[in-house]
Design a protein around this ligand. Structure first.
Ligand code: URA
Ligand code: CA
Length: 435
């Protein structure tokens, strides 16, 4: 087999066989196939697509490119959750304690983020003392002991995806449905999950800008999951505005604490209950999604979900007194208030620009290895459809220095909130559930 012939085949719109896909992924992982050939192949896939069978074979080839985690020592059905990525997505911080409080084992592997804020691992590390570099044995023991653990991804999980993702990032081939689907699903399969709940974001703040494309992506991922023997559900959710109020590392931990206590933003709470109920359903814990939703609502109301978060923080070495009294979290040196430019209704919040503002003041990384700041970010006080009066505070930027980046962040925020006289049509948070 020659990489050249396979690139040509895909360029001409033909199907690649399972063996051909495996040859390409193995060769790319071990360095026999150079970046320039893989770039050309990615572009051919971008234009000509892949059918469901090819996408499933690509997923499996990538899952097998490195270590595969064995979670069989954990009792019960292990259900993982994954989000396709949005702005201020605080759900994992809430879901791990919430779902495990219902008695379901949650063994969560998470990454450090690139983008507006850190990933779940970075956010948790903003809790003083919290350790995420658990050994595999410790990780599994913790789940057996308290039903939950969150660890950073191990070194050699899906190396093919790591390499391919960096290449796609610089060759304008990220937003290809088969490439996104196989990238996400390969990590979940290698991570050892029995069942998977996918939060597929739709809107200007997400990879998938239209419901039609998001639906296609969701259907393909659910299909791959079923083909590979993993019960999979996808929830299509709105990403036209940041989720909840907070965008930033310790700001989001505080938002998660509020949500677990029943005092969180309505949209974040509803989304966590929806995703969590689907996790309970896949785990076989409840006979219906509605029942799962009710159980999780009760766990928030009776304080057990919040107790479980404290247990998790304590188990991983974090300072529980910060969770009990969030005023103890490190604070940014400065804050700047963003005011409404007119009276009316908020008819658009530009999620990506709000995320970019948080990144400019240091909440996120532009490049791998960049330092991030825990205490900075953005809190939006008003959301889509709310009434505002001219001069009213609509957002706060938490930042340290007053420099060029801070000025740019303030400019971005000043242009991120569109106010109109008429009340806009209400938006849905959950568009559809595909299983
Ligand atoms: N998230 C991933 O993990 N991979 C993609 O390709 C896109 C989003
Ligand atoms: Ca948030």
């Amino acid at each position: 087999m020659r990489a050249y012939d396979l690139i040509l085949k895909k360029r001409e719109g033909d199907e690649l066989s399972k063996e051909e896909i495996k040859f390409l992924i193995d060769g790319f992982t071990n360095g026999d196939i150079p970046d320039y050939q893989m770039s050309a192949l990615s572009m051919a896939i971008y234009f000509n697509g892949m059918n469901d069978r090819e996408t499933a074979d690509l997923t499996m080839a990538m899952a097998e490119s490195g270590d595969q985690i064995d979670l069989s020592k954990i009792k019960g059905v292990k259900v993982d959750k994954h989000s396709t990525g949005g702005v201020g997505d605080t759900t994992s911080l809430v879901l791990v304690p919430l779902v495990s409080a219902a008695g379901i084992p949650v063994a969560k592997m998470s990454g450090r983020g690139l983008g507006h804020t850190g990933g779940t691992i970075d956010k948790l590390e903003s809790i003083p003392g919290f350790k995420t570099d658990l050994s595999m044995d410790r990780f599994i023991d913790n789940v057996n002991e308290i039903k939950a653990a969150i660890a950073g991804q191990t070194g050699n999980l899906t190396p093919a995806d790591k390499k391919l993702y960096s290449l796609r990032d610089v060759t304008a081939t990220v937003d290809s449905i088969p490439l996104i689907a196989s990238s996400i699903m390969s990590k979940k399969i290698a991570g050892g999950a029995d069942g998977i709940v996918l939060d597929v974001k739709v809107g200007s703040g997400a990879f998938m800008k239209t419901l039609e494309n998001a639906e296609k992506l969701a259907e393909i991922m659910v299909n791959i999951g079923e083909k590979l023997g993993r019960d999979t559900t996808a929830v299509l959710t709105d990403m036209e505005q940041p989720l909840g109020h907070a965008v930033g590392n310790n700001l989001e931990v505080i938002e998660a604490i509020n949500t677990l206590k029943g005092e969180g933003p309505e949209d974040l709470t509803d989304l966590c209950l929806t995703l969590g109920a689907n996790m309970l359903e896949i785990a076989g814990e409840v006979e219906s999604y509605q029942k799962g939703y009710q159980i999780l609502e009760d766990l928030i109301a009776n304080g057990k979900a919040f107790e479980q978060f404290k247990k998790l923080v304590k188990k991983q070495g974090g300072d529980v007194s910060c969770i009990e009294d969030p005023d103890k979290f490190k604070k940014s040196e400065n804050t700047t208030e963003i005011k409404a430019k007119a009276s009316g209704y908020l008819s658009q919040l530009k999620a990506l620009d709000i995320g970019m503002a948080a990144m400019l003041v240091g909440a996120g990384r532009e490049q791998k290895g960049d330092q991030i700041l825990n205490e900075v970010g953005v809190v939006v006080h008003k959301k889509y459809g709310e009434k505002v009066t001219k001069g009213e505070k609509i957002a706060t930027l938490y930042h340290n220095k007053e420099n060029e980046n801070t000025k740019e962040a303030i400019d971005k925020l000043n242009n991120s909130f569109i106010i109109k006289e008429e009340k806009p049509e209400p938006r849905k948070l959950i568009y559809k559930i595909i299983d």
